[in-house]
Each structure stands twice: as structure tokens, then as C-alpha cells.
Ligand binder design. Structure first.
Ligand code: NAI
Ligand code: MG
Length: 336
């Protein structure tokens, strides 16, 4: 049966990069069926909800979802508004956020790493309170979720088979020296999970040291596993090493078959509507979706075409070129 991909462009440049990604996927796999669904700030203004029930149903029915980005309200919290991507992660138990970083451009450090970010708890449970003078955020870490995300990291390390001639390795990221109860639990749970993977090397790094090493010697990393906020921050840093957010894809996965693929970037209001967004992050997210659908050969061909387009140019504006979103996509399709 032909697979179904649900498209949720969202706001801002999501409306530019997701249709272009769908165009490339349709070219590559003509039998893929696409459905369209809405989410985001514009949807909230029209419908009073940022994630309509119809969208949730469309995600549940699809074999994979491609999500662009949504815009948050700019002037603080708005009654009734919830971040659609956080809601989708919660609803569908998408507890693992996979954020690969590869060196794609010449003259960039030799990076080939995967950040496995815990996606269901940490500081992102959005439990904050304030009396106006003191504000407190609650951070939840559980042994169950920490072991679960660590196992995902070990599986991926095993599947990747090591990097740069070295055996597979997982780096556990934490700050247990300052937060012995929360980060300490994350650390010990991840080390417990490691016992089932004797073939994988394990190391641990404090998150601040990890940030330094990502800049100074990123080639030392293979797979990193981190609590939610650290994983979010370190993956943007890793993206910056290889050319920026325009190049960084991600996947949100769990155990029930639902999977949501999204560029790491947001709605980029500073460039939205100009047709200059770099579609590479969305295209690489599309390649991750193809892998998920078992279309491994098509995913490989797409990545090769993206690499070829980045070598040949013309490059998009964030890479100091003058190609529009559509022109760059055309180069990728030509390379295919
Ligand atoms: P952003 O990722 O939208 O933009 C950061 C900078 O990177 C901007 O200068 C932007 O122009 C540039 N950039 C990002 N993607 C690009 C691309 N594909 N091509 C060229 N340049 C690109 O992050 P920012 O500005 O912090 O957030 C903007 C809005 O997006 C906010 O409302 C934020 O809440 C939302 N956001 C949504 C996410 C999601 O839906 N998953 C994720 C991150 C942010
Ligand atoms: Mg982020």
C-alpha cells in the first residue's frame, strides 16, 4: 500500500519549505499520498485552537508527518494557546527527539553526530509559577523516561556502527554535580540502560563541557543523549557548526508508529514571506521520514542530491548565496 504523509506547514517559513519538500518527495516517490493539515498561530487566530482536532486525527492516520514550524505569541502567554509541536509530542508519546548533524559544506568541521534529546519531561512540562517577584519552574526527571531515551541512544549508536573509524559511543550529558537529584537520576538511569549494551562505549560529560567540546572537537562525538533542555540547546549549537539552522533536520518518535519530522528551526519571522528560506532542513527531515517509511534507498538518493546541490550551488541566502527557496529546490530536483 502506498504510504501517507501528512503535511503541516504551520506559520512563517514553514509555509515555504514544507510545500517544496512535498514537491521533492512527490518527484522521488510518485506513489506517496499526501494529506494537508493546519496548526499554529494563524490557525489559532482563525479557529481559537492552534492544533485542531482534525489535525490530530490526520497525524494519527498518517504513516509520517512533516511539520514546518509555528510561531509563538510574541507578547507572553495567550489564553488557550498551546504550542502545537509540544502538544503533538505529548499526545502521541513522541518521547525521543533525534537531531543528526552532518558536515554538509566544504570548510566546515568534520561533524557526524546524533543528538538524542529526551522529549517528554525535564523543564518542558511547562509547570511554572510566579508571584511577580519570584518565578519558579518545575523540572521533572523520571527513571523510566531517562532509561527509555538512553536505550534509544544505544540502539542508534549500534545501528550507526561507529564513526571516524571508532567503535560506537554514547555520551551521556548531564549536570549532576549541581543537580544531583534530577540530573543525577538521569545519569544513573542512562548508565543502567548501558548495561544492556556492552558493545557500546559509554562516556559522560557535564553539559557545559559538552558545549565547549562541540565547538573545539566535534569529531570526538558519535551519539549524545541529553535531558530535554540541554538537548535542545546543544543541537542548535551543533547545527551552527555545520552552517546553521537552515540545515538541521529532526524526528520526533515513540513506540506507537506515529512519527513527526520537522526542521529544527522556527517560523523565522525575519525572513518569512520573502521566498528565501533554506529548504535543506525540511528536505533532510523528509529524508528521515523516508527512512521511517522503509524507503531507505530513496532517502539515500535524496541526501546525495541535497549534498550535490550544496556543493554546486547556487546556495540559499543563509549560506551567503542568492538562490530562492524554489531555485534551490529546483537544483535538488535536477540533481535527483
Ligand atoms: P528561528 O529558527 O525561526 O530563526 C532563527 C534565525 O535563523 C533567524 O534569523 C532566521 O531567519 C534564521 N533561520 C531559521 N531557519 C532558517 C532557514 N530555513 N533558512 C534561512 N534562515 C533561517 O528561531 P526564532 O527566531 O527564535 O523563533 C521564531 C519563531 O519560531 C518563534 O515564535 C518561536 O517560538 C518559533 N519556533 C518554533 C519552533 C517549532 O515550531 N518547532 C521551533 C523554534 C522556534
Ligand atoms: Mg530549539
Amino acid at each position: 500500500m502506498s504510504p501517507t504523509i501528512c503535511l503541516i506547514p504551520g506559520d512563517g517559513i514553514g509555509q515555504e519549505v514544507i510545500p517544496e519538500t512535498a514537491r521533492v518527495l512527490a518527484h522521488l516517490c510518485p506513489h506517496i499520498h499526501f494529506t494537508q493539515a493546519e496548526a499554529g498561530w494563524e490557525t489559532f487566530l482563525r479557529q481559537g485552537t492552534a492544533l485542531p482536532e482534525a489535525t490530530i486525527q490526520a497525524v494519527a492516520r498518517a504513516d509520517a508527518t512533516l511539520f514546518g514550524a509555528t510561531q509563538s505569541p510574541t507578547d507572553g502567554p495567550v489564553q488557550g494557546y498551546k504550542s502545537p509541536i509540544l502538544e503533538l509530542r505529548r499526545r502521541f508519546h513522541l518521547y525521543a527527539n533525534l537531531r543528526p548533524t552532518h558536515a554538509l559544506l566544504p570548510h566546515h568541521p568534520a561533524v557526524d553526530l546524533l543528538i538524542v534529546r529526551e522529549n517528554s519531561e525535564g523543564l518542558y512540562i511547562r509547570d511554572e509559577e510566579s508571584d511577580g517577584e519570584t518565578a519558579v519552574a518545575c523540572r521533572r526527571i523520571t527513571r523510566r523516561a531517562s532509561q527509555r531515551i538512553a536505550r534509544v541512544a544505544f540502539w542508534h549508536a549500534r545501528a550507526r556502527g561507529g564513526r571516524n573509524g571508532r567503535p560506537p559511543r554514547v555520551t551521556i550529558i548531564h549536570k549532576a554535580n549541581v543537580l544531583p537529584l534530577t540530573d543525577g537520576l538521569f545519569r544513573s538511569a542512562a548508565l543502567e540502560a548501558a548495561e544492556d549494551f556492552p558493545d557500546i562505549q559509554v562516556e559522560e560529560l557535564l553539559v557545559d563541557a559538552a558545549a565547549m567540546w562541540l565547538v573545539k572537537g566535534p569529531a570526538r562525538f558519535d551519539v549524545l543523549v541529553a535531558p530535554n533542555l540541554y538537548g535542545d540547546i546543544l543541537s542548535d549549537l551543533a547545527a551552527g557548526l555545520t552552517g546553521g539552522l537552515g540545515l538541521a533536520p529532526s524526528a520526533n518518535v515513540g513506540d506507537n508508529g506515529v512519527a513527526v519530522f520537522e526542521p529544527v528551526h522556527g517560523s523565522a519571522p525575519d525572513i518569512a514571506g520573502q521566498g528565501v528560506a533554506n529548504p535543506t532542513a525540511a528536505l533532510l527531515s523528509g529524508a528521515m521520514a523516508l527512512d521511517h517509511l522503509g524507503r531507505v534507498e530513496e532517502a539515500r538518493r535524496l541526501r546525495i542530491a541535497i549534498y550535490a546541490a550544496l556543493q554546486s550551488g547556487p546556495l540559499p541566502a543563509d549560506l551567503d548565496g542568492d538562490a530562492s527557496t524554489i531555485e534551490f529546490t529546483e537544483t535538488v530536483i535536477h540533481a535527483l
